[in-house]
Design a binder for this molecule. Structure first.
Ligand code: ACO
Length: 337
């Protein structure tokens, strides 16, 4: 029997500071009405300095390890997805490794696939578990967006959308005797199209320029994320829908067989459009965007965690996950919980 991946523990961490739409409206030219109508977001969490991405990851990982009943010394590998690393290099997985006290020698890698980061990271872990390279992997999604946003009138189209947070799971190799009942990851599906790279990106700093970093980049505002909202919206609806269909077809599962859909949370309207297109009843779609906004790579594990907490995700359920993000990147996975 081939080894399959199974989630044995899950954790999440949201920084305590709540920033409501009204808080933002007191600082910039926006309103609760505009943000709620266009995105479904009511509030988000933002860190206070000196909290970093690896700090959030540490909290979520500690809870995930506890819930799996294992310690840092039991891990064979750490995979961390983020677009907001503590430093340009080394990867944030290495900083997390040290903070969590994962033993020296255990491999730690970053995945830089933005909002699809956790799906990519889970797929990486799945491959290593299936081949026997590892038996137990910590998979993390963590983001600190707030320190890198343009919280001014110029940046309002992007800054209102993002929140900070982290989610983590422990994935272990398992034997699956009964695929219709035993918890496991059925399949993962990954895609990208770099032609959309500049529709959602952080132009600077970078080695694309004559100097990695310059005052000109700062004064031009190139150090803040830029987004073509219309293009992101249209592509997200199309690609997330395709990704859901792909994972269902790969497992010969009709859409009615799925008990819960946990989608990336970029915009409630995107998820409503995907659900409508595929005929998914709203009660089967689990959303967190109203409370946490878009936490990029942390969104999916936070969603799974919250769904468990609220009783929406129960043992034995079939869960479809889909995400779309900067790159463009998109992907899906199907889990027996
Ligand atoms: N508050 C008030 N007004 C705003 C704000 C704001 N925060 N941001 C933009 N506006 C204004 C614009 O300036 C514009 O004003 P104008 O008509 O006077 O020029 C007006 O609102 C409409 O702007 P649009 O960009 O056309 O607004 P749209 O209806 O397209 O909605 C939105 C913008 C919500 C971003 C939409 O394009 C969208 O959902 N895009 C998907 C992108 C997304 O969700 N990204 C999240 C991250 S990506 C990811 O995770 C996949």
């Amino acid at each position: 029997m081939t080894a399959r991946a199974r989630i044995t523990g899950i954790g999440r961490y949201l920084p305590p500071k709540v920033v409501t739409n009204d808080d933002l409206a007191a600082r910039i030219d926006t309103s609760d009405e505009w943000i709620t109508q266009r995105t479904g977001i009511k509030e988000r969490r933002w860190v206070e300095h000196p909290t970093t991405t690896s700090d959030l990851a540490l909290e979520a990982s500690t809870e995930a390890l506890e819930s799996a009943g294992v310690g840092p010394g039991d891990l064979d590998m750490v995979v961390l997805a983020t677009l907001s690393p503590d430093h340009e290099f080394p990867g944030t997985a290495c900083f997390l490794q040290a903070k969590l006290d994962v033993p020296a020698g255990v491999p730690a890698m970053d995945v830089r696939q933005q909002c699809t980061g956790f799906v990519y990271a889970s797929s990486v872990a799945d491959q290593f578990l299936r081949t026997g390279f590892a038996r137990r992997i910590l998979v993390v999604g963590a983001e600190v967006h707030s320190k890198g946003l343009d919280v001014s009138d110029e940046g309002r189209d992007v800054s209102v959308l993002f929140g900070d947070g982290a989610g983590a799971v422990v994935m272990e190799a398992t034997e699956v005797a009964d695929p219709s009942a035993d918890p496991h990851l059925l399949s993962t599906h990954l895609h990208a199209d770099g032609r959309g790279a500049e529709d959602l990106w952080l132009p600077a700093p970078g080695m694309a320029y004559d100097r990695f970093m310059s005052h000109d980049q700062v004064s031009a505002g190139d150090v803040y994320p830029k987004m073509n909202g219309r293009s992101v919206y249209v592509n997200a609806v199309k690609r997330m829908s395709e990704a859901v269909v792909e994972t269902l077809e790969a497992n010969a599962a009709p859409i009615e067989a799925v008990d819960l859909f946990v989608f990336h949370q970029a915009n409630l309207r995107i998820n409503e459009a995907v659900s409508e297109r595929l005929g998914i009843p709203p009660e089967k779609v689990f959303n967190t965007i109203d409370r946490f906004a878009n936490t990029t790579a942390a969104t999916i594990p936070i969603g799974l965690y919250e769904a468990v907490q609220q009783g929406a995700l129960q043992p034995g359920m079939l869960v479809a996950v889909a995400a779309f993000g900067s790159g463009f990147t998109w992907g899906s996975m199907l889990l027996r919980w």
